[in-house]
Every structure is written in structure tokens, then in C-alpha cells.
Write a protein that binds this ligand. Sequence first.
Ligand code: PGA
Length: 225
Amino acid sequence: MKLIGNFKMNLTYPEVCKYLQTIQASENMIFCPTNLYLPFFLEKGLTVGIQDVSEYSMGSYTGQTSASQASSLGVKYAIIGHSERRKKYKDENLKEKINQAIYNNLKVIYCIGEEEGQNKQEILIHQLSLLEGVIHSISIVYEPVWAIDTGKVPTNQEIEETVLFIKEYCQKKFHLSLEVYYGGSVDEENIKKLKTISSLDGFLVGKASYDSEKFNQMSNILFLQ
Ligand code: PGA
């Protein structure tokens, strides 16, 4: 089981300092703070991921961070294809980003999920098509867009069916056996029920992850109970 925290663009520097004093990290927790703060999490000995990488290897790309830069710092994971980036930044070069990450020894956490009213299976198959040719270092997060930051969560049965569909499809189509996580409004109250989904390998948490008290509670429920 893995517990991944996606801080998005949250916390000021003093808040990060406080967070680092109060978080009780375990080895299966992955922290994905804003790029500026990555070194502080690494200095603490925590396992760290970056929220996105550039599709380019290096060069004149103002504002971007390359997979090689992240990797040289000690970052181990890269989230790619988060729905906020797909939607707000029209993130399109996801295959190049996946390739950059894997080439630079980052493990990819690839986010997929349908919007409200879309044909789920069709969308997932389309988003998974980028995995053609990938043979290792990738895991999937199933995040229905309508569940992110809304407090709405699918039923356990819906998540279980979708996770199994993703695993079976990837096995059949790409011969990949993958870990699949769930993301979307997971918090310290619902994680107990969600962790009973047997096919699931972990969670990607937004809002509840950058509150150290809540994230500590979640890790206790997941790893100690
Ligand atoms: P949320 O975000 O937990 O705040 O819904 C999840 C995500 O966007 O990864």
C-alpha cells in the first residue's frame, strides 16, 4: 500500500517548516510538494515526487523543471497527467513526459479518469493508450475528475470494478502488471472504508495530505490498523 500526498500549489514556507516538524512519515508515504520545497522534504529523508515534469530534457524553457533535474536532486517519483494539468494547462505532451521521467529513473504515477457524464471505459482506454511501449516504472491513479476536491467519492464496488478493469486491460494489451491507486476526496474519515477494496494498491490524496495531522491519521489507519 502506498499513500501519496499531492500538495498542489499549497503551503507557504513557514507552513512547510511546521509540516515537516509534525509529519510522522513512514516508508510507504510519498510527498509531492511544490517544486520550491522539494529540497526540504529530501533533507528530511522523505520519499519525494514531483507534480509534473517538462517534456523536454533541458534548455531554454522558462518556468519548467526537467525530469533529469528532479532526479539529480533525489526525487524518486513524477506525477504525470493530473486532470488539473490536462484541463487548465491543456497538457498534451504526456507521452514525452512519461518517456523523460522513465529515462531519468523517475517512477511515473500516471493519472487517468473520466469527467462527469463521459463514457468511462472509452476515456480510460484512450488515456491508457500512452502506455504502449512502456515496460516498467509506471503506476496508475484512477481519479474520476468529478471526485477531485468535491467531497464526492464513488462506491467501493465502482472503484473495485474500475481498478480491476485497468489492471486487466494493461495486462492484456501491454503485458504490464501495474499498481493502481485511487484518488479523489480521500480523507481521514473515508480511508478506513476505502482501504477494504482488495484490488487497490494505495491512494493519491490532495487536500487532506497537506494537513499533517490528517495525513498522520490516514497513514495510521492505512499502515498500523
Ligand atoms: P483531493 O485531490 O484529494 O483534494 O480530492 C486529489 C487529487 O487531485 O490528486
